[in-house]
Design a protein around this ligand. Structure first.
Ligand SMILES: [Zn+2]
Ligand SMILES: [Zn+2]
Length: 104
C-alpha cells in the first residue's frame, strides 16, 4: 500500500493541513489507525491545555445511572428506582407506577 500525503480539514480551526507520509508512518508506528482530526498547531494547543496525565473524564459518559433499591408501595415487590427513596413519597415499581399514574 502506497502512502500519500493527505489533506485533512482541522476539526478545531477548520483549516486544511497536510498529513504527510512521514507523519502517517510515525502515526502507524505508534499504533494509531485513524488520521489526526486536528492540525499540528491545534494538537499542540490541546496538549498544552490538558496534559496527557490529566484524569480522563470518562465518568461523564459511561457512568451507569445510580439506582436505589426500594419496595413498591402498591404491590410490595422489590424494585429499583433512579432516585433515593426518602420515605415522604410512595415508591412504585414500573408496573404499579403506570397504574397509579395513568397516562392521559
Ligand atoms: Zn487547527
Ligand atoms: Zn408494584
Amino acid at each position: 500500500m502506497n502512502l500519500q500525503d493527505q489533506t485533512i480539514k482541522c476539526f478545531d480551526c477548520g483549516r486544511d493541513f497536510t498529513f504527510t507520509v512521514a507523519e502517517q508512518e510515525d502515526f502507524r508506528s505508534k499504533g494509531y489507525t485513524h488520521p489526526p482530526k486536528r492540525c499540528p498547531a491545534c494538537r499542540e494547543q490541546r496538549k498544552a491545555e490538558r496534559p496527557a496525565s490529566a484524569a480522563p473524564r470518562r465518568a461523564d459518559f459511561s457512568a451507569p445511572r445510580r439506582m436505589f433499591s426500594a419496595v413498591c408501595a402498591e404491590c410490595g415487590k422489590a424494585t429499583q428506582v433512579p432516585f433515593e427513596p426518602r420515605g415522604d413519597k410512595p415508591v412504585y415499581c414500573g408496573d404499579c407506577f403506570r397504574k397509579v399514574r395513568p397516562a392521559r
